[in-house]
Design a protein around this ligand. Sequence first.
Ligand code: SOE
Length: 380
Amino acid sequence: MRRLKTAFIGTGFMGKVHADAIRRLGNVELAAVASATAAEAQAFASSQGIPTATGDYRQILADPSIDAVHILTPNALHFPMTMAALEAGKSVLCEKPLCVTSAEAQKMLDAAEQRKLAHCVEHNLRYYPVVQQVRRMIEAGELGEVLIVQGTYSQDWLLYDTDWNWRIEAGENGPLRAMGDIGSHWMDLIQHVTGLKISALCADLQTFHRTRKRPRGAVETFTAKTKTHADTVDVPVDTEDFGAVLLRLGGRARGAFTVSQMSAGCKNKFAIEVYGTKCGAAWNQERPDELWIGHRNTPNQLIVKDPSLLLPAAASYADLPGGHGEGYDDTHKQNFRRFYARVADPSAPVEYPTFADGLLGMHLLEKVHESAQKQAWVTV
Ligand code: SOE
């Protein structure tokens, strides 16, 4: 495959994860990085061995040798940075949620399509091999008609009022925090796996800490659990810590899920259960290679990832044999591989989530917000 050059805008937790995964593709060079300040960019570049670092992302966009950019900044910056990158002729891979409003998402999609540039929203969690196995089993009719979906995305890293991250403030994050950050993954994945679209929902949101202690200075995602910050300022919180959503999907399926960033002990508990007329399937990200299949009249099964035993379309998401764990990092790699195949060759299949998926995600988040405010069901 053609060799490509990419650049990152943003150097936080996601910058590190993306840098690691991109290097494992083999044909994509991480050539430049931009951050909010030149010093931050330089520190990241030195630690990662990246040749170019800048505090001004427009310098990266002006470099004609760069094929694509990854937008890894707080959500409110996704829209202006993506639009500038597309205008500069770059393909764009943007972290989720795609942006802050569906109106922005529509403009991003239109701009990418008009310029015939590859566009991707990073719903990487679709690409665990056994998640793909459930998807393909459903497609092949092995679960029967999907009747019920259930699950959660629960974390504990924002349990205390002393926990802080840029996502807490709506100005940087958008109005929905737990729903936008992790609920967006849950809704994307359940629709991807079942092939059913969410048609109506009823949401209840709660902000347990109405005030939090913001440290002076940035705190990287997940890094500060046991740190105490001497110098903090009390700020009112305008985003939710918890959400519960009832769902209708497709013709007659029903479901429910919760999201939480305050559930003690849940590190990254992303769990789905899908029950059909023939059997059920359940998966939890904290045990990424295991898939439970539930039967009514025969013993239940616990399937362990082994590409030689998975359905062929699912096996293509596993690079290692059974017993060799593949996890979170690998899902990014699988998504990047397919996105960059398309950047290299515009006739390659689109086997990754696009801005159209990101737009649907933004519509759903707006519906969650509307439903929670009205305290009522809303149709999508
Ligand atoms: C923080 O909640 C976070 O890093 C999310 O932003 C990611 O999308 C999720 O996969 C892990 O948790």
